[in-house]
Design a protein around this ligand. Structure first.
Ligand code: AMP
Ligand code: GLY
Length: 425
């Protein structure tokens, strides 16, 4: 099969590695890809939102199978575009990707089908939101821009003054663009967070190994929210009891709800969960692999990923025996100092060759490119994701932190406490 992978971050590097292990894949293209992906795929300089160009490229190269990584093109309907042009495509159609694309949609779905989540109200008018906050709200409270906002459209407000400023940012100043035309205001929950990724074929859901993300920029969960600074898999807090509860009240009910709404979901559903004192609750849904969750989950997948992708499209996931290695993985993100606000890029990266040929330590590229001299240089906020496997979480964590020392670039920044929670398990 000639396969086209759409995307160019660390998640897509991990997906590309998994695809390239499949004997079914004879040629892999990636649009736009990055300097790391270029080692295993032919990168094509087409952006993920350039649907016409992507479809034209797929026709020209007679692509057999398309895989889409990022949220923006999925929510924008890229799968429908490829399918209409006759291409078998892994990912949810537009009418199903709305599960991530609109928080108001996903909250209403959960309410209608009794899926446990935080209590909420939806507003498309700033005045009404302010009135609600002034008269009915308990603090802290959580404000969420309805649409996609690079994982940054969530504000946790300690008091009324912060919440008033938040409404202004989201709905009036449009800090997150049109994502802020509507807003969800929801109950603040406490507990440990777990990311659970799953494959879905419209009716059957198969759960991947769990993970725990570290969203804040600084050690000790301080600083701004980022796309993710590192994570580990599996989560020791995702116990049998939690998983049984989620199977019964969250995972299958969500897939059934989407089917009942005439929006059958084919692809990856990423359940962002909070383990509250009252039990697991859905924080959010994503309609794709997580980044960097893919970087700790996919290296442990034992199946041929192309078989799993095809089963998701064909409604045959019940025939797949999904298997993960009985080990652990930790990923530490190497970022540009200043991320997620302001940072310099274009610095040469040294030491990448130490990862070549290894099957226990991986360096997934997130924001890298080749400069005019052919050197690999930094090209984003999150630059690399160093993932290591280990027999258990503590070993994997040590291996990952050791390997972060192998690479250097001028403004290298990382958190030093990824996986600290492992010690509390
Ligand atoms: P989301 O993009 O919806 O996952 O939100 C980003 C982060 O905000 C989550 O990972 C949580 O840490 C936090 N968060 C979101 N919703 C809530 C909530 N209702 N209560 C407490 N924290 C929340
Ligand atoms: N790591 C969180 C996400 O991919 O949304």
């Amino acid at each position: 099969m000639k396969i086209l992978l759409v995307g160019g971050g660390g998640r897509e590097h991990a997906i590309a590695c998994a695809i390239s292990k499949s004997p079914k894949c004879t040629k892999l293209y990636c649009a736009p890809g990055n300097a790391g992906i270029a080692a295993i795929a032919e990168c094509v300089p087409i952006g993920v939102m350039e649907f016409d160009k992507l479809v034209a490229f797929a026709k020209e190269k007679e692509i057999d199978f398309v895989v889409v990584g990022p949220d923006d093109p999925l929510v924008g309907g890229i799968v429908d575009e490829f399918e209409n042009a006759g291409f078998r495509t892994f990912g949810p159609r537009k009418n199903a990707a709305i599960l991530e694309g609109s928080k108001a949609f996903s909250k209403d779905l959960m309410k209608k089908y009794n899926i446990p989540t935080a209590a909420y109200e939806t507003f498309d008018d700033a005045e009404k939101a302010l009135e609600y906050l002034r008269t009915k709200a308990d603090f802290p409270i959580v404000l969420k821009a309805d649409g996609l906002a690079l994982g940054k459209g969530v504000l946790i407000c300690e008091d009324l003054a912060q919440a008033e400023a938040g409404v202004k940012e989201i709905m009036e100043d449009k800090k997150f663009g049109s994502a802020g035309n509507r807003m969800v205001i929801e109950e603040f929950m406490t507990g440990r967070e777990v990311s659970v990724l799953s494959f879905v074929d419209g009716k059957t859901v198969k759960i991947m190994s769990s993970a725990q993300d570290h969203k804040r920029a600084g050690d000790g969960d301080t600083g701004l929210n980022t796309g993710g600074m590192g994570n580990f898999s599996p989560s020791p807090f995702y116990t049998k009891e939690v998983s049984d509860f989620c199977d019964k009240y969250i995972f299958q009910p969500t897939v059934d709800a989407m089917a009942a709404e005439g929006r059958p979901f084919h692809g990856v559903i990423f359940f962002g969960l909070m383990l509250t004192p009252k039990g697991p609750r859905v924080l959010e849904y994503n309609a794709r692999f997580g980044d960097p969750e893919a970087q700790v989950v996919l290296p442990r997948l034992e199946n041929d990923i192309v078989d799993v992708f095809e089963a998701c499209i064909d409604g045959k996931l019940d025939q797949i025996d999904l298997k993960f290695s009985d080990n652990a993985a930790v990923c530490v993100v190497l970022a540009s100092d200043g991320y997620p606000v302001k940072y310099e890029k274009g610095f040469p990266i040294e030491g990448l060759d130490k990862f070549e040929g290894r099957d226990d330590v991986f360096c997934f590229h997130a924001g890298t490119k080749f400069d005019d001299a052919g050197r690999i240089v930094t090209n984003g906020g999150r630059v690399l994701g160093v993932t290591a496997l280990g027999a258990d979480l503590k070993t994997a964590r040590k291996n990952a932190y050791d390997a972060t020392e192998w690479v250097s670039f001028e403004n290298k920044y990382m958190r030093h406490d990824i996986g600290k929670a492992i010690d509390e398990a």
